[in-house]
Design a protein around this ligand. Structure first.
Ligand code: HMG
Ligand code: MG
Length: 301
């Protein structure tokens, strides 16, 4: 019999990873109302926006206003994406509990995403991590393209480990491993986790699956079997990476909750509130979100 974790912590990344790639922009008022709804669902962490250059991600240009206006639920940890010192300055002004720095295991994706080689990125992130820690903030290090890169193909685990080692040495508290283009199958997850879990505690690892080919749930199952208990997900399956053409959104929070609760794993999250918040954003975006559990919910409502 598989021994499942008793509790799984989901980080809701819809307001960041989800909205960053949407064609229709959402008003700041609607973002604030939506994040407040999610804050009341029992979710423990929300990545509420991204402090990148607005020219690169125009949909999140209001990150500071969103951060200042959302009602901070004391039971929720609010984090945001931070690429550099300027981003950190803005994030601290807006209010964050945690900063998420990000880079790629693949050289080409790193360059396209943040306009720097991997070597040029390290000193920037080292300073951001140091300063965020000095401010008493938790820091997560995202690593993109840990399985496959849209430009370079397969990424060997050694490349991922090299980035993990650097970020941990700089002081990140944990690592979020991105299947950026949603291409991995469970054997790839297995291969990477075998290598990573020989070095790092499972509590330090968060899995971040995009669901381009419908493999995310299978990959989460495999990760759970390795004892991992932290995952990123997005309401309704919203999102994608603007610098990974064709990549779909993150695995839908709605679908992960159906799986976890069905397995008897606690999350603290109320599924009906997640469905309600998904309907809210689906209406504002004027499109049907890909979550199957949301579609079922709507068909029976
Ligand atoms: P750059 O142009 O190389 O930056 O962009 P720079 O340092 O050369 O500065 C150029 C100008 O930008 C300067 O202004 C800076 O002040 C300004 P000027 O002096 O010319 O007037 N600037 C900024 N302004 C506002 N906020 C900032 C900022 N930084 C510089 N933070 C940069 C480098 C990283 C900023 C840029 O490439 C960028 O914003 N990239 C964003 C890419 C992005 O958001 N990608 C999607 C998120 S990552 C993702 O989705 C993957 C993930 O989900 C995991 C997975 O799925 O794998 C996390
Ligand atoms: Mg992502």
């Amino acid at each position: 019999m598989t021994h499942w974790p008793d509790f799984v912590q989901l980080k809701e990344v819809g307001p960041r990873d989800g909205l960053q790639n949407e064609k229709r922009s959402i008003s700041t008022d609607d973002k604030v109302a939506w994040i407040n709804m999610v804050s009341d669902s029992g979710v423990r962490e929300i990545e509420y926006s991204s402090f990148v250059h607005p020219k690169w991600i125009p949909n999140l240009a209001d990150a500071r206003e969103v951060g200042k206006r959302i009602r901070k639920n004391p039971d929720v940890f609010y984090s945001a994406l931070v690429p550099n010192q300027k981003g950190l300055e803005h994030a601290l002004e807006a209010g964050i509990d945690g900063a998420s720095v990000f880079m790629s295991a693949s050289e080409t994706h790193n360059k396209k995403n943040i306009n720097k080689t991997i070597g040029e990125t390290y000193p920037v992130l080292r300073e951001v991590i140091r300063d965020a820690k000095q401010e008493g903030k938790h820091v997560t290090g995202y690593i993109s393209t840990v399985f496959d890169c849209p430009y370079e193909g397969k990424i060997m685990p050694e490349k991922v480990i090299r980035v993990c080692e650097q970020l941990l040495e700089y002081g990140v508290d944990d690592l979020s491993l991105g299947d950026t283009i949603g291409s991995a199958v469970p054997t790839q997850v297995e291969r990477l986790l075998e290598v990573l879990l020989a070095r790092y505690q499972k509590e330090k690892l968060i899995m971040h699956f995009h669901d381009t080919r419908g493999m995310a749930i299978a990959n989460i199952m495999r990760s759970l079997q390795y004892g991992l208990s932290r995952f990123d997900s997005s309401l309704g399956g919203l999102g994608g990476c603007p610098y990974a053409p064709g990549a779909a959104g993150n695995v839908a929070t709605n679908d992960v909750l159906y799986l976890l609760h069905g397995l008897g794993i606690k999350t603290g999250i109320q599924e009906d509130k997640i469905q309600e918040a998904s309907v809210f954003i689906q209406d504002r975006l004027g499109k049907v979100l890909p979550s199957k559990s949301l579609a079922y919910h709507l068909s029976t409502a």
